[in-house]
Ligand binder design. Structure first.
Ligand SMILES: NC(=O)c1ccc[n+]([C@@H]2O[C@H](COP(=O)([O-])OP(=O)(O)OC[C@H]3O[C@@H](n4cnc5c(N)ncnc54)[C@H](O)[C@@H]3O)[C@@H](O)[C@H]2O)c1
Length: 359
């Protein structure tokens, strides 16, 4: 039974609490930390309601790190992930971090290096990788059933209105978030790169700020060339009228076409693979929110990885990949040029002076 402490009790903390409670045979939430007491009370009540157990509360997460806890989960604003993860790793805790891993390549590298140096598990909340249709596609690709892979597309045609940004002022800022590519689109960009070979070589992007009163982009288009020659195309929008339209992942190979949609990439829309029955038995009913239900298997994997002293399914090196592509897309917008990977020392803060407003 591993002991977990959660830093950050905002909107996504609900998914962490649900997932820890659902895995109560292998782990328990013993403490939470937040600067806002009301957020902690809400999270504590939710956990107690689900499990009957009481949990400790800390205004200063550093005090929580001094206690006997095995795993620290981090669900603070994106711009704090690196600071909080590094502090937890320094305190010799295993760390599970919300996406995006961090907002600079050097912070990602520091987190990976410290976890590896200390022999600690570092995991990322890319929960959609656990969706059964996504797993089915990944297995088909690993078994080369789609033949030569030509291209893939990740379309995130969503609406995040001004009220969404006003509700949490850190959103859309270069210091704490990035734009729609980093926040809303990262999950699908992660899936795209995972399916197309995980080795992005060149990134070219055009981004802009069209409608929202934020610093960063509310629309972005990216073209990614992978080491195996495949081309990935990303269309990411926070501006679709009047509401979310779709989040889809499409992969096209010489002998296979697979399209996954649904509100949280949980439904196979097309599955045409040479020699295979196109009947799909993996699609899930749409969940309540775009967050999906993947935090439950994610926690199960992470906790058992710590118990078994193995790497989690989505470790720091895996988590860095989508962040690196998005930072390369930002650099491409900044320079007007394609950007070769690996990308060194680039941060969302390097975008601060760029005016993205499309007037
Ligand atoms: N995996 C997903 O699908 C998913 C979905 C939504 C959000 N997220 C990510 O989760 C993170 C949080 O998003 P959110 O919408 O819950 O944000 P939020 O603003 O609702 O919550 C953040 C919380 O962190 C707390 N916090 C800030 N500094 C702290 C500190 N030093 N110590 C303790 N607590 C501190 C804040 O007080 C707040 O309660 C973001 O990085 C976001 O990208 C992931």
């Amino acid at each position: 039974m591993l002991k977990i402490g959660l830093v950050g009790c905002g909107r996504i903390s609900k998914k962490h609490i649900e997932a820890i409670a659902a895995n109560k045979d292998i782990c328990e939430l013993v403490a939470i930390a937040d600067l806002i007491p009301a957020n902690m009370d809400r999270a504590a009540d939710m956990y107690t309601e689900k499990t009957g157990k009481q949990i400790r509360q800390y205004r200063d997460y550093q005090d929580m790190l001094k206690t006997d806890i095995d795993i620290i989960a981090i669900a603070t604003e994106s711009g704090h992930h690196a600071e909080h993860a590094l502090a937890a790793l320094q305190a010799r805790k295993h760390v599970l971090v919300e996406k995006p891993m961090a907002l600079s390549t050097s912070d990602c590298d520091r987190m990976i290096a410290l976890a590896e140096e200390r022999g600690l598990a570092l995991g990322l909340c890319h929960q959609n990788r656990f969706n059964p249709p996504v797993q089915k596609l990944r297995q088909a690709l690993q078994q080369a059933k789609l033949g030569r892979v030509i291209n893939g597309t990740a379309c995130i045609r969503w609406n995040r209105n001004q009220g969404y940004y006003n509700q949490a002022p850190w959103r859309g800022t270069w210091e704490m978030d990035g734009g729609t590519l980093m926040n809303q689109c990262l999950h699908n960009i992660d899936l795209l790169q995972w399916m197309l070979g995980e080795e992005a070589e060149t990134v070219f992007a055009q981004t802009g700020n069209y409608l929202r009163d934020i610093e960063a982009e509310d629309f972005g288009a990216i073209v990614i060339r992978f080491a195996n020659g495949a081309i990935g195309i990303v269309e990411g929008s926070a501006c679709v009228y009047p509401a979310n339209l779709e989040e889809t992942l499409n992969i096209f190979g010489e002998t296979g076409t697979v399209c996954i949609g649904g509100i949280a990439v949980n439904t196979i829309e097309v599955c045409n693979i040479l020699g295979e029955d196109s009947v799909d038995n993996t699609s899930q009913p749409d969940p309540d929110t775009v967050y999906g239900a993947g935090h439950i298997p994610l926690y199960m994997d992470f906790v058992t990885a710590v118990q078994e002293k193995r790497k989690p399914y989505i470790d720091g090196r895996a988590g860095k990949k989508a962040v690196e592509i998005i930072l390369a897309a930002y650099k491409s917008q900044l320079t007007g040029m394609p950007v070769a990977l690996p990308l060194k020392n680039f941060s969302t803060l390097d975008m601060k002076e760029l005016d993205l407003k499309q007037r």
